[in-house]
Design a protein around this ligand. Structure first.
Ligand code: GDP
Length: 595
């Protein structure tokens, strides 16, 4: 009997999740197959056709290329919560309800930590969960017989940083708003971050014990930001609470259960365990302790945990009360001992059959990685949006807008929104006044967005984050130029911007004269590298004396393509014939850069 292979059509680019869906396979298996091929990718990462084809072939499929993706399907998936998408391969009958996972967001000092503390301690007092709680990054409470999981690191920074790493652990966001202060800048930021993650929001209107509390004003402000109270015919539950006086906690927990009922978070407890690292640290006497949130499957003591390049057999496992446990079902946070390195919060974990298999997977991964190479999941840029649009990968350009004053922000938002038409849409994930921050960069990274600044610049930390996350930041000081660039990006009309990028600097140590050739500069590569196809400048006493193409590059008489730091070599730039010992030769290439 001959077995026919199933045919699947793969576009030029697709995410790991989409590939898994095409094959009706588990995204975890796809991630593992990618790892076997030396590629470290998270579920939201885009891979190209060639990579996808290798994985699909190895998983037993026949491949056809297609550049057209059915947009409606893609959009439908986009609206599904992230955990639903992870379960795409699970059969409906295997799925069972799991506790909702909650994160507290909101402006500083509005009471996130106080609320987390009061909920934790009151549930301990009622004796529903025993013992003294440990801070492991998450805890669970039982209310009306139902379990709720709370993540213990409040704030949208942590929430979005996790998402930028490909993890979406949260099902429901509690937006904490102090009733005396009302909506503050970080409240607005938190709303946008939760919306970008497509996570439902419940508002906890805190500090109602204060005489200065003004719930009506806060509700008015919230509705101006799209959170319309249910008592005003909207669909946002706004619960008045006081962490200080322990008021309204039952209402808040009840609201969580109501929203959760609607959401129906579920998972397959029979599957291989997978989920997200919440925190990890080295502890005296216990070694590396890693808190993970199980999102699918059941984690057992003795399983081999695999997190990026780290792995290890779980020697011991503890729940948030510090009690040793043997099993952890979906939505359960547990702290485990046994990993051979410290992973980062937001890293995703899977399990391997044995430490041996894990070692092999990790070795493959390491072997194929070139030194210094990081596979950054590059976000969209204005330059390449149109190409993505044509490939059918995206028809929405996501933007984060920062401006110096409200007066410029409004016309920018209005003009950008007007650019949306039937074919393409502009979606503004977040718009606010103030400098471009790390939190903006993480939002852009998590939401595949470009950051546009008007009269504002990123700080040092934000700039570094943008580099490592592959997020494009474009700054403008003329509004129409900003609008024009976005308009052109939507139409694929942007001219690329090139700039000279220095690749290395060498010092001339000796000058050789070769008959019929002329002078050759004998150099020492002080930093970076020299490339045969680069351009170079000869610099003497900080003055430019000559500039031209590299015409010859030799190492030990041999022609070479490049020379790295610390090596000696001979070079000729253009037809220059007047090198002197001590000259600096600066090598540069012309490269496409952010505008
Ligand atoms: P976070 O920065 O959002 O985590 O806020 P915290 O939980 O640290 O609270 C900030 C301050 O507000 C602390 O001094 C708390 O004691 C106080 N606080 C928190 N909740 C309430 C409340 O319901 N009423 C009053 N009056 N004060 C509160």
């Amino acid at each position: 009997m001959t077995q026919t292979k199933t045919l699947i059509e793969i576009p030029d680019f697709l995410t790991v999740r989409e590939l898994a869906q095409l094959m009706d396979a588990s995204p975890i298996d796809v991630i593992k197959e990618l790892m076997r091929n030396g590629i470290m990718a998270n579920i939201n990462q885009e891979i190209d056709f060639d990579t996808a084809a290798i994985v699909a072939e190895e998983m037993g499929f026949e491949i056809h290329s297609t550049a057209t993706v059915e947009e409606e399907d893609a959009e439908e998936d986009f609206d599904k919560p992230a955990w639903r998408q992870v379960l795409a391969d699970e059969k409906e009958k295997d799925l069972v309800s799991r506790p909702p996972v909650i994160t507290m967001l909101g402006h500083v000092d509005h009471g996130k930590t106080s609320l987390l503390d009061i909920i934790r301690s009151s549930s301990v007092q009622t004796g529903e969960v025993g013992g003294i709680t440990q801070h492991i990054g998450a805890y669970q409470v039982k209310y009306n017989g139902q379990i709720i999981t709370f993540l213990d690191t409040p704030g949208h920074e942590a929430f979005t940083a996790m998402r930028a790493r490909g993890a979406q652990a949260t099902d429901i966001a509690i937006l904490v708003v102090a009733a005396d202060d009302g909506v503050m800048p970080q409240t607005k930021e938190a709303i946008d971050h939760a919306k970008a993650a497509r996570v439902p929001i419940i508002v906890a209107l805190n500090k109602i014990d204060l005489p200065t509390a003004n719930p009506a004003r806060a509700m008015q402000q919230l509705s101006e930001h799209g959170l319309i109270p249910d008592e005003w015919e909207g669909d946002t539950m706004i619960i008045q609470v006081s962490a200080k006086e322990n008021l309204g906690m039952d209402d808040l927990l009840e609201a969580i259960l109501l929203v959760a009922e609607d959401l129906n978070p579920c998972a397959n407890p029979q599957a291989e365990a997978s989920g997200t690292v919440l925190e990890a640290r080295k502890e005296k006497g216990r070694g590396i302790m890693t808190t993970v949130l199980v999102q699918n499957g059941t984690l057992n003591q003795g399983d081999t945990l695999l997190v990026g390049k780290y792995y290890g057999r779980i020697k011991a496992m503890f729940d948030y009360t510090g009690k040793a446990v043997k099993k952890a079902a979906p939505s359960t946070p547990v702290s485990v001992a046994g990993l051979n390195g410290i992973p980062q919060a937001g890293d995703q974990f899977t399990t391997a059959k044995s430490e041996k298999e894990a070692r092999k997977l990790v070795a493959n991964l390491e072997a194929d990685k070139r030194p210094g190479e990081t596979i950054a999941d590059k976000a969209v840029t204005l330059d390449d949006f149109f190409a993505q649009l044509q490939e059918g990968n995206s028809k929405t350009l996501n933007l984060v807008i920062k401006a110096d004053v409200q007066g410029s922000l409004e016309p920018i938002i209005n003009s950008l929104e007007n650019l949306t038409n039937d074919e393409v849409a502009v979606e503004i994930m977040h718009a606010a006044t103030g400098n471009i921050t790390e939190s903006d960069v993480m939002l852009a990274s998590a939401s595949n967005a470009v950051i546009l600044g008007f009269n504002v610049e990123p700080g040092v930390i934000a700039r570094a984050a943008a580099n490592s996350e592959g997020v494009e930041i474009n700054s403008y000081n003329i509004i129409y130029k900003l609008i024009e660039d976005v308009d052109k990006a939507l139409k694929g009309l942007l001219d690329p911007v090139y700039a000279d990028v220095v690749t290395g600097r060498a010092e001339v140590r000796q000058v050789f004269r070769i008959r019929n050739v002329g002078q050759i500069a004998g150099c020492y590569m002080r930093a970076g590298e020299a490339r045969r196809n680069a351009k170079a400048r000869v610099i003497r006493d900080a003055q430019l004396v000559y500039e031209g193409d590299v015409t010859s590059l030799k190492h030990l008489q041999e022609n070479v393509r490049e020379v790295k730091t610390g090596f000696e070599f001979g070079v000729n730039v253009g037809s220059f014939n007047n090198y002197q010992a001590g000259d600096i030769i600066e090598f540069y290439v012309s490269q496409r850069v952010d505008r």
